[in-house]
Design a protein. Structure first.
Length: 243
């Protein structure tokens, strides 16, 4: 998959101008949100336009999560917080009963390769990314992981369209929206994986973190192919590190 940034893809599609991109980047530095979210919030592009531009530029399919029948087996493969943090939703498994099963994942940011790498390593399935809007992904998370009604999820997702999505503090809590935290920059937890990344590749600033994570998951796949580490051993060690 292309490693171009969202801004470059939107410029190529003439969805935004250079001046609009620069304004969006300046706003992004203040909010620390994803560029696509910032551009939508500024009214420079709609969610649908963003999704269509990404899908066309990356030659990916799009998915309307309100129309598909969600496979709960797929939902249970990923944790709530991971889906919230990366704004993605697993909605189906292709090739059930075969050796070539694939996990179909709706993503508002299909350029998030580290998230795709992590899913493939921890589930053992090939990921097929589909582009969806931020609102639809968030609504699906609220409905399926937090068990909200369709009406409540739609109303909250609409609210979230104009603000940053703050993941819940643990699996059983609903996403936090509004109030005093809305203007605070999100703090990234320095977990065990982050410490391992720094040990392997050195400390990185926020602009290098995606590349650092990509290298990390590539390294794990090499170790797995050589039989030096198993998925079960990795998950067990990750669980020990979080305690």
């Amino acid at each position: 998959m292309s490693r171009k940034r969202i801004g470059e893809l939107l410029l190529e599609r003439k969805a935004i101008t250079q001046a609009q991109l620069e304004a969006g980047l300046a706003a992004q530095k203040r909010t620390r949100q994803r560029l696509g979210v910032t551009l939508v919030q500024q009214g420079l592009i709609s969610e649908v336009q963003l999704a269509q531009a990404l899908a066309a530029s990356l030659t990916l399919g799009t998915v309307d999560l309100k129309q598909v029948q969600t496979d709960w087996t797929a939902v249970h493969m990923l944790r709530t917080r991971f889906c919230e943090t990366n704004e993605l939703f697993p909605f189906a498994i292709d090739g059930k009963g075969t050796a070539s099963r694939r996990l179909l994942v709706a993503m508002s940011d299909p350029l998030n390769q580290p998230a795709i790498d992590e899913i493939e390593f921890t589930t053992g399935l090939k990921v097929v990314p589909y582009v969806s809007t931020h609102s639809q992904v968030r609504e699906a998370i609220l409905r399926h992981y937090h068990k909200q009604s369709a009406a409540d999820a739609a109303a909250q997702a609409k609210t979230l369209q104009t603000q940053a999505f703050v993941p819940a503090r643990d699996e059983d809590e609903a996403p936090i929206v509004g109030g005093q935290i809305i203007n605070e920059a999100p703090t990234k937890k320095r977990d065990g994986v982050s410490r391992d990344l720094e040990f392997l590749f050195g400390a990185a600033d926020e602009h290098q973190s995606d590349e650092q994570e990509r290298r990390f998951w590539a390294l794990l796949r090499v170790l797995q192919r050589k039989g030096l580490i198993s998925r079960e051993e990795f998950l067990a060690e990750l669980g020990n590190d979080e305690r």
